[in-house]
Design a protein around this ligand. Structure first.
Ligand SMILES: [Zn+2]
Length: 178
């Protein structure tokens, strides 16, 4: 859900108290809706709820965020296509810097840090690409997903070796009798 105009993102944290006490950890524990658009489009898996249990700490010119993110997600089982709810727990240790290194660290402002780019990346990298509702999921229920999903098996006749013409004549007689 988009934030109302002017509202502060819940992922933006004021770091001035941390800068006054370098080395002191400050918790970031919250349960939040995922940032907009956090979904794996190919697999239709999307994050539903994120639970953070992080510690933020200023060390020198950097901010370190470490702890655990629980990613709640929902997406279709890759075999039976039923929507599944699941959770994935990820341990993170990320560094935020004024001059971030592309692909390694995240940006840090003078007085605040926006955790959202890190959260977005961690979530997208750790959601299951192809969930299974259970390891022995048998696949689509033929009663509910008929021929549109599962092709009809070959008729039995086609799977058998060509009939001996002598028996074919007999089979025909039998067929005509019924
Ligand atoms: Zn399934």
């Amino acid at each position: 859900m988009a934030l109302p105009r002017g509202a502060r993102s819940p992922y933006i944290v004021d770091i001035t108290p941390l800068k006054r006490q370098p080395g002191k950890q400050r918790p970031f524990d919250a349960t939040l809706a995922p940032p907009d658009g956090v979904a794996l489009e190919t697999a239709e898996v999307r994050a539903t709820e994120l639970r953070f249990d992080l510690q933020l700490e200023v060390a020198g010119e950097e901010l370190i965020a470490q702890g655990v993110i629980d990613i709640g997600w929902r997406g279709p089982c890759r075999r039976c296509l039923e929507d599944q709810d699941g959770a994935t727990t990820v341990e993170v240790q990320e560094i935020f810097q004024k001059a971030p290194i592309e692909g390694e660290t995240y940006p840090l402002d003078e007085d605040q840090v926006d955790l959202e780019p890190m959260v977005r990346e961690v979530v997208l990298l750790n959601m299951p690409v192809a969930p299974l509702c259970r390891v022995d999921c048998p696949g689509p229920d033929p009663d509910r997903f008929p021929t549109s999903v599962v092709p009809d098996p070959e008729p039995d006749d086609a799977a058998q070796p060509p009939a001996d013409p002598r028996w074919a004549a007999l089979a025909e007689l039998t067929f005509d009798d019924t």
